[in-house]
Write a protein that binds this ligand. Structure first.
Ligand SMILES: *Cc1c(COP(=O)(O)O)cnc(C)c1O
Length: 351
């Protein structure tokens, strides 16, 4: 007999992008981290940590953080659930809502691989519906799959496309389960689906401080939905999922919208430049609304390029799966990092 449940034995687990030790001299464009430092206001709070905050258990609701989100987004604090990265919230949602084949998890493909992994561990049936070439949301098929949970990442990774609000609205209206709109990359996009939480009782929006706020190491994510929908999720989450430090540092970071917007503006500018530079090297590049681009090299030799770049100390993301194995997902770095990457590619492509 195995020590583990069959669902655990049957899964390989989620394989995150490589994380070299901090200080390693590497250009890291593989996990969509923000190349700029976190808000100076957040760092200031971090430096004032009082040991008394650590002696006690933290606030189970991370209310200091909720109040900051409430101010910034204009949403009541009881419409917010805070999590240890938005990955934890994805896990909580699946644990709360999905089970077996009667309560499946549904998502369009390609998308964030963790949805599939978490469903497999539950276990809940996962129904993946392929996007077509134009990345139109396959609404009819998604509805027909009858998910207890339907995940839509918008902007999506690794494609970078954003889903039109009318499509999300139609989907929310037609499905009977919950619609999770994963907005991990919203800070680099032109619009958000936030208004839908007021229109639909089955919609939850997921946000994170990992990408837009340069705080992937802090582990702060949150969900926005009506209190009735959140009540089931609160039962499932760990009581003390957010530590005392993250609550306060996160609150300061999210209050500093000016700094976040300034960094996002730089990244969007660099994204446009990186896109056109890759295109001049004959890469096919999808129009991205995130802090990364999905690029197909002219020779289709993505894996080889990935390995060559890695040998030179430049990490990008390569997904060895159908539909993606001829492409590279490249995080938008600083101008200097992008230039180094382009120079390395230029030599490869020409030789
Ligand atoms: C990065 C990412 C997340 C997870 O972010 P964390 O808050 O760091 O857990 C969730 N969804 C998508 C689509 C992402 O790319």
């Amino acid at each position: 007999m195995s020590y583990f449940r069959a669902a655990v034995d049957a899964t390989t687990g989620y394989i995150p992008g490589e994380q070299p030790k901090p200080g390693t001299k590497i250009i890291k464009l593989n996990t969509n981290e923000n190349p700029y430092p976190p808000s100076p206001d957040a760092i200031k709070v971090l430096r004032t940590i009082d040991s008394e905050w650590l002696r006690r258990y933290p606030d189970p609701y991370a209310m200091d953080f909720c109040l900051a989100v409430s101010e910034v987004l204009g949403i009541p604090a009881d419409w917010i659930i805070v999590s240890n990265g938005s990955d934890e919230l994805l896990n909580v949602i699946i644990r709360a809502c999905a089970e077996g084949s009667d309560r499946p998890v549904v998502y369009p493909m390609p998308t964030y691989v963790l949805y599939k992994t978490l469903a497999a561990l539950q276990p809940a049936k996962a129904i993946a519906i392929n996007y077509d070439q134009s990345f139109q949301l396959p609404i009819d098929e998604l509805v027909a799959a009858k998910g207890a949970v339907t995940f839509i990442a918008s902007p999506n990774s690794p494609s970078g496309h954003i889903v039109p609000l009318d499509d999300l609205r139609e989907l929310a209206q037609r499905i009977s389960g919950i619609l999770v709109i994963d907005e991990a990359y919203v800070d680099f996009a032109e619009y958000s689906a936030l208004s839908l939480v007021k229109e639909f009782e089955n919609v939850i929006i997921l946000r994170t401080l990992s990408k837009g706020y340069s705080l992937a190491g802090l582990r702060m994510g949150f969900g926005i939905a009506n209190p009735q929908l959140l009540s089931g999720l609160f039962k499932v989450k760990d009581s003390y999922n957010i530590d005392a430090i993250a609550t306060l540092v996160g609150a300061a970071a999210i209050r500093d919208q000016a700094y976040k917007n300034e960094c996002a503006a730089k990244i969007k500018k660099s994204r446009a430049k990186l896109t056109s530079n890759l295109q001049s090297l004959d890469f096919t590049v999808l129009n991205s609304h995130g802090n990364f681009v999905l690029a197909t090299p002219p020779e289709g030799n993505a894996e080889q390029l990935y390995l060559q770049l890695k040998a030179q100390g430049i990490l990008v993301r390569y997904f060895k799966q159908p539909g993606l194995d001829d492409k590279l997902r490249i995080t938008v770095g600083t101008e200097q990092q992008n230039q180094t990457l382009l120079k390395a590619l230029q030599i490869k492509v020409i030789s």
